[in-house]
Design a protein around this ligand. Structure first.
Ligand code: NAD
Ligand code: MG
Length: 405
């Protein structure tokens, strides 16, 4: 019996994995971890939206059974490309194909690493098919909260958070935490935030920052949307909502702590005064490897943490005046109904507008606030309703955008 046998499926075969958003930052880190353990994992599908060359190169290296791309033209190009290379990879395209490869019977594990609302349907499909779902795509959970968590329970999916903070908290909590935090003596969840590239900046200084500055995160290398979210602190706001759903917590039970070194990834505080933290170098391969191997541990290719080199750890409260997105997210979660979905949709439109130079940085928070004030919020108990309210919020955001900028 090989030393890896315990981590294989019951019949000793490798885990079969679909990577949604394979060409992104999380997707490529996932493939890096998988490549370190070729006997433990086999790839069913890799998916991408536009970047056909990048997807082709990943398929050539990692040999999945299926490749999914966003449109017909790119699918044709990929088919020709694979035929030339004599690679037997089935090429599919569009949203229906994303759902197919997420719920395919052979698949054990789905890495949900599409960015934004586009990830909701395939991630939910994986949940409904009872897969082990590694959740990086926080927007999917923010949009559909209760419905998503109900589906996890009903279909006995295994949901493991990949967002580094939530992965840290998951590691700091007892396994039965969803029964209620207070039952386990947990008093608070401490969600750490690096503070992003503009930590310490005031409203006036933020007025003229550029997309390039916003995307230059000091500690993490990430996709452009989450980089902007980190710069506005909307990322922490989305994460606060994500933590409420994942850990069955109220917004009041979650304290955001700015920690510029990004070494403590988050903490759980207990009634006896204990605070349990998870630490490590800021490298997403740690939470990804945790999710892939759970409940075991595998090598992630991450350098060991050198505390002497870290030397000091700083913690302070966030500046919600300069970064109002955190407050907006907390209020949306406290309000409930479709408020988090509306917040998320407006933010996606606002970030896109900022990245394309149509709106200043401070406009992101004000646009989100304006959309929340003008949206009609309804109960978020059906998928169709959530998708409809998401579409309405985007329409509202675009209308406000064209009026103001
Ligand atoms: P990214 O922009 O680098 O990659 C996004 C991936 O999604 C790409 O493969 C892209 O082709 C695909 N995609 C984009 N739009 C799509 C669409 N409409 N339909 C289908 N596929 C589409 O993003 P990322 O930084 O890897 O982040 C992915 C998710 O993980 C986000 O939800 C982000 O918040 C979350 N996350 C990322 C990090 C990180 O360090 N990068 C950390 C925590 C959480
Ligand atoms: Mg995070």
């Amino acid at each position: 019996m090989s030393s890896n046998a315990a981590s294989m499926t019951m019949d000793g075969s490798p885990y079969v994995v679909t990577v949604l958003g394979a060409t992104g930052s999380i997707g490529t880190s996932t493939l890096d971890v998988i490549a370190r353990h070729p006997d433990r994992y086999r790839l069913h599908a890799l998916t991408a939206y536009h970047s056909r060359e990048r997807l082709a190169a990943l398929c050539q290296s990692y040999r999945p059974e299926v490749a999914v791309i966003g449109n017909d033209d790119d699918a044709r190009w990929l088919r020709d490309h694979f035929a030339e290379l004599k690679l037997d990879i089935d090429v599919r395209c569009g949203d229906a194909a994303l759902v197919e490869v997420s719920q395919a019977p052979d698949v054990d594990v789905v890495m949900a690493a599409i960015v934004g609302a586009a990830g909701l349907l395939p991630t939910l499909a994986a949940v409904r098919a009872g897969k082990r779902v590694l959740l990086a795509n926080k927007e999917a959970l923010v949009m559909s909260g209760a419905l998503f968590m109900d589906a996890v329970e009903r279909h006995r999916a295994v949901l493991l958070p990949i967002d580094s903070e939530h992965n840290a908290i998951y590691q700091c909590l007892p396994s039965e935490h969803r029964q209620g935090l207070s039952r386990h003596g947990v008093t608070r969840l401490l969600l750490t935030a690096s503070g992003g590239p503009f930590l310490g900046w005031g409203v006036d200084e933020l007025a003229s920052v550029t997309p390039a500055q916003a995307c230059a995160h000091p500690n993490w290398s990430m996709g452009r949307k989450i980089s902007v979210d980190s710069a506005t602190l909307m990322n922490k706001g989305l994460e606060l909502i994500e933590a409420c759903w994942l850990f069955n917590a109220t917004p009041e039970q979650i304290q955001v702590v700015v920690h510029p070194q990004s070494v403590v990834h988050s903490m759980a505080a207990y009634s006896d005064g204990s605070v349990i933290a998870q630490m490590g170098n800021p490298d997403m391969r740690t939470p990804i490897a945790y999710g892939l191997a759970w409940p075991e541990r595998i090598d992630a290719g991450v350098e060991a943490l050198d505390l002497f080199q870290v030397a000091r750890l700083d913690f302070h409260p966030p500046d919600e005046k300069a970064f109002p997105c955190l407050r907006l997210a907390r209020e949306a979660m406290a309000f409930g109904e479709t408020a988090p979905a509306v917040l998320n949709a407006a933010n996606e439109v606002a970030v896109e507008a900022f990245l394309s130079g149509r709106m200043p940085f401070n406009g992101i928070a004000s646009l989100v606030e304006e959309v929340l004030e003008n949206a009609t919020l309804v109960k978020a108990n059906e998928l169709d309703v959530i998708l409809e309210e998401d579409a309405k919020a985007r329409w509202l955001a675009r209308r406000h955008l064209s009026k103001r900028f």
